[in-house]
Design a protein around this ligand. Structure first.
Ligand SMILES: [Zn+2]
Length: 398
């Protein structure tokens, strides 16, 4: 009676566990749990499978060698992944749960940042809609929109308004730091007194930086003299800037600050960006300011990047866990190999000792394979012995 007489035939289909008795192809119904006290810890259980007919024979074999522990009905759903599952048991440790919670917190933060970028995108889209809706709409007479100049609702930005009256050239200001198309320059603002008697500010357009004198344009062209009809687009007053400005200049189109410099009231909620003026000015007007481009910005791309970071948190966690399992598997393989060497050192020739030796070898091979699964590229072609072993594995010999 040798160990190999107990091995099953080679035609076994891995899906159907079959009897471990040599030559028997019967479906296994029983699991025979055994333990070899010479090499196994007392809790360890090795498993053979038996059909109804050979259960007794296999049990006897183990019993006479004092290896048999118990016989249980076969549970069909046992899977070889069980060994792998055990390797990942560290995941329920306090340390790894902490890592997991941290990964979740970071992922939540990433998702929130992603949503914030999406809301920025919505704002950008709303702005584009606003420009599309208002920029070329039919101009509305000033009489109907005077309230917008006092306080501008967001939905009225870029609306066209027709003004009638005259410019107050003496109170012209040059607004500093107004790049246009990547060119440094200024914008020119002029008070415009309407027929109704209220004064609003008109931004006549852009001037490049001067060559003659630093800090001012070479010349500020005059607007049409006398009565004029001017079409402007509504823009909100700008925030106050701390940097101040020299005489005749403004740091921003901050209407209340501008108003303080004038000897008369102006409407300070909004100003008008020049669209057209009639009659045409005698001097070439400042350059028209460009229509805002329908630019949604990078928000969508940033939002997707944050989502990718959220996913990467878990990829990173999985990678770290795999590394941990890999190290544990390598340790286990080394341990099992040591046990195999120890078993080999026992020179007894009886079947039990042989069984024990074989068992230790198999345990070492299994552990080594499990470790090798983490480095599949280094895997060589399996030997015939390993293939046989794999068949055993498939039948639940763990
Ligand atoms: Zn059988």
């Amino acid at each position: 009676m040798s160990l190999f007489s107990l091995l099953p035939g080679d035609s076994a289909a891995p899906e159907t566990p079959i009897c471990s008795r040599k030559g028997c192809h019967g479906a296994a119904q029983w699991r025979l749990l055994w333990n070899n006290p010479k090499i196994h810890t007392p809790e360890r259980r090795k498993v053979w499978l038996a059909c109804g007919e050979h259960r007794e024979w296999l049990e006897d074999y183990l019993r006479t060698r004092l290896l048999w522990r118990e016989t249980l009905p076969l549970q069909r759903d046992r899977s070889r992944r069980g060994g792998d599952r055990l390797m990942y048991r560290f995941l329920v440790s306090r340390r790894w749960l902490t890592y997991f919670v941290l990964a979740i917190i970071f992922a939540i933060a990433c998702v929130l940042l992603s949503r914030w970028q999406m809301s920025r995108l919505d704002e950008a889209k709303a702005n584009i809609d606003l420009v599309t809706r208002n920029y070329d709409a039919t101009p509305v007479p000033f009489a109907q929109t005077a309230g917008d100049f006092a306080s501008l609702p967001a939905g009225d930005e870029w609306k066209q308004v027709e003004l009638h009256g005259s410019y107050n050239v003496a109170d012209t200001r040059v607004v500093r730091n107004r790049p246009n198309n990547g060119q440094p320059g200024y914008e020119v603002v002029v008070p415009f007194r309407t027929d109704a008697g209220q004064t609003v500010i008109v931004d006549r357009g852009w001037l490049p930086i001067g060559n003659k004198e630093q800090g001012r344009p070479d010349a500020v062209p005059n607007p049409p003299a006398g009565e004029a009809t001017v079409v402007v687009r509504l823009r909100p007053s700008e925030p106050t800037l701390d940097r101040g400005a020299p005489e005749g200049q403004l740091a921003s189109i901050d209407l209340p600050t501008y108003a303080q410099q004038l000897g008369y009231p102006i409407l300070t909620g909004a100003y008008g960006m020049m669209a057209s003026e009639n009659p045409a000015p005698a001097q070439t007007a400042p350059a028209a300011l460009p229509k805002p481009q329908p630019d949604e910005g990078m928000h969508l791309s940033y939002a997707l990047q944050w989502l990718a970071f959220a996913v990467l948190m878990f990829v990173g966690f999985g990678y770290a866990a795999r590394q941990q399992a890999r190290n544990a598997a390598i340790d286990a393989a080394a341990e099992a190999a040591e046990a195999a060497v120890e078993a080999e050192a026992g020179t007894a020739h009886d079947d039990a000792a042989r069984l024990a030796r074989e068992d230790a070898h198999r345990a070492a091979r299994e552990a080594a394979e499990r470790a090798a699964r983490f480095a599949p590229r280094k895997k060589r072609r399996p030997t015939a012995e390993e293939e046989e072993d794999a068949i055993l594995d498939a039948q639940g010999f763990h």
